[in-house]
Design a protein around this ligand. Sequence first.
Ligand SMILES: [Zn+2]
Ligand SMILES: [Zn+2]
Length: 387
Amino acid sequence: MYSGPGVKTDANFPIPDTQKAWVLGNPGELKLTNKAVPVPKRAEVLVRIDAVAICATDLEIIYHGPPASILGGMPFNKNFTPGHEYMGTVVALGPGVDEYRIGQRVTVEIHAGCGQCKRCREGMYTSCHNYGLNYGDVDKGHRANGFTTDGGFCEYQVNNINTLVAIPDEMSDEEATLVVTAGTAMYGLTELGGLVAGESVVVTGPGPIGLLGVAVAKAMGASPVILTGTRDNRLKIGKELGADHVINVRNEDAVEAVRQLNGGKGVDYVVECSGAPNAVNDAVRMVNRGGKVCLAAFPHAETPVDVAHIVRNNIYLYGIRGEGKSATHRAEAFMSQKRFDATKIHTHTFPLDDLPTAIRYAKDRVEDAIKVVVKAKGAAAHRVAAE
Ligand SMILES: [Zn+2]
Ligand SMILES: [Zn+2]
């Protein structure tokens, strides 16, 4: 029977000893196996996973390895379960946990930093200096589910209470999986960037973070909010999420168009989500003097950058790693207040058993897939109407 020292359970939420879990074999190879249901320790709960969204970073991990780090190395053939954008129901409490109750619906953020390094102490736990050090005699207590510890492509997972975000009953499972994506955009714009109402924002690249970046910027009072991209159907969703202007970079010069829309001066912020080869050079020409560029995409090749232009114009350039400083809580507040409708980027749902199909839809953008969600229970494959 499922139990552990000091662990509280509830007969209304029975927990099996074993669960279905996908594990990563060789690159690109996922196998469905059985694993023990983990037991929460101090400051942890057990979450029954009700829905998990597939992220571009999952595809990076499954096909290439990084940023996952398991036992100090690549994640392949280590019985590792990926998946990190999940939500569910609290079904067991670790010793001393009274912050959440059994039966409560939560969504999760990824990173529980070590709590003791310089960055964790600053609230920048996604930049923990002890990333991946959670094993053997180098165990610093760092956890990042689906990156350095088992993640969400299974039925149950333990989470540190610091990674939980309570959600209202009205929020659907699918919408709740998107909180962490909105939280990432929020972290880039507000905590790292310092955006205040009335400042102008360009988002380059209408992927999930870009589209929710538009929504968050608009909800924060940014004006104007401009989205650039190559696919008209995605630009249309960007408009629905609050973009004041959209620019199809196949039809017009995006830098020129952005400057024209801002009195020739350019904008205060660019959130670069495209990873396109010349994206950084374009972004630093879209911002005004003293403006800020948040880099949120992973290009696969090194690209030359016009440093002199950055220096002469006092431009700030910063990377963003995940969703630090509890930005997901603020994103959830916007979503539960219905300040934007994140479900516009959710396109498909599949059962957990069909994870490889779901991954193919996300990777190859089958049927214009944007966010593909997998559910362990009660999900027949379906496409969500985009309207
Ligand atoms: Zn993600
Ligand atoms: Zn740390």
